[in-house]
Design a protein around this ligand. Structure first.
Ligand code: BTN
Length: 243
């Protein structure tokens, strides 16, 4: 690994994308103590206060991968985060499809995967895998809009919690990535998915739809059944669980 630790970055994903475009090799990792413009999925920001969270990005250059296979990387990362967090905290974690990690009913981690695709042959040239984990409670609490939903791995500061978590996530992730052709991580992903069997709302710009989540399949797509009985296989998107 080519690990770069910074006191601050706008966004480790943005910075690593620049390095990737300038030819940085696979395995380049940027870790920042705080982000001034941390990014989440769907154009949202990711709250990234200093000292209390882990913000890291990993550059990957998978061989001959098509864009729709890139979801594998996110899935593996979600499993790696669960394994590392459980090992360090001793508390169970759950995945909300696609890639939000929950502990005790609160979101403790999010993943933002950004691929760049070759114009020549349509294959994935590089992937920036960005992982954010709330390790300790932020000093002034979470911002209002996520106060009810966000949580952190530990209740209070531990000396080495953040470092051990960073090492754990990287170790677990690369262990899976080295054998990307195997699919046993899918079983782990399914076992951790808490949406199966739940009533969900699928959020989309063209209108929300109510459905039941039936299963997560071998490609980590979500199988849903709408109220009219029609079923669909979703490869990505945003859902909320109806309680
Ligand atoms: C989400 O929950 O919507 C995804 C959040 C991803 C946050 C991480 S923190 C490290 C990396 N850099 C970013 O700007 N975002 C990702």
């Amino acid at each position: 690994l080519n690990l770069c630790v910074l006191p601050e970055a706008e966004s480790t994903n943005t910075l690593l994308r620049e390095k990737a475009n300038a030819g940085a090799p696979e395995g380049t990792v940027i870790l920042a103590n705080t982000q001034t413009k941390g990014r989440g999925r769907r154009g949202r920001s990711f709250y990234s206060p200093a000292d209390t969270g882990l913000y890291l990005s990993i550059l990957l250059r998978p061989d001959g991968m098509t864009p729709d296979q890139a979801v594998k990387i996110t899935t593996m990362a979600a499993v790696a985060v669960c394994e590392a967090v459980e090992e360090i905290s001793g508390k169970e974690t759950w995945i909300k499809w696609v890639n939000d990690i929950y502990q005790e009913g609160r979101k403790i981690s999010g993943i933002l995967t950004e691929a760049s695709v070759s114009m020549e042959n349509g294959s994935v040239e590089s992937v920036i895998l960005g992982i954010g984990i709330n390790v300790y409670p932020p000093e002034s609490g979470f911002p209002e809009d996520i106060r009810e939903t966000a949580g952190s791995v530990f209740d209070g500061k531990q000396n080495d919690g953040k470092n051990r978590l960073a090492a754990g996530v990287l170790n677990y992730f690369f262990k899976e990535y080295e054998r990307i052709d195997r699919t046993d991580y899918v079983e782990k992903y399914r076992a951790k998915s808490f949406v199966v069997g739940k009533e969900i709302t699928i959020l989309s710009p063209s209108g929300n739809r109510q459905a039941t989540a039936l299963d997560v399949d071998q490609d980590c797509h979500l199988i849903v059944r709408y109220e009219n009985g029609q079923t669909e296989r979703l490869s990505s998107g945003e859902i909320s669980i109806r309680l």
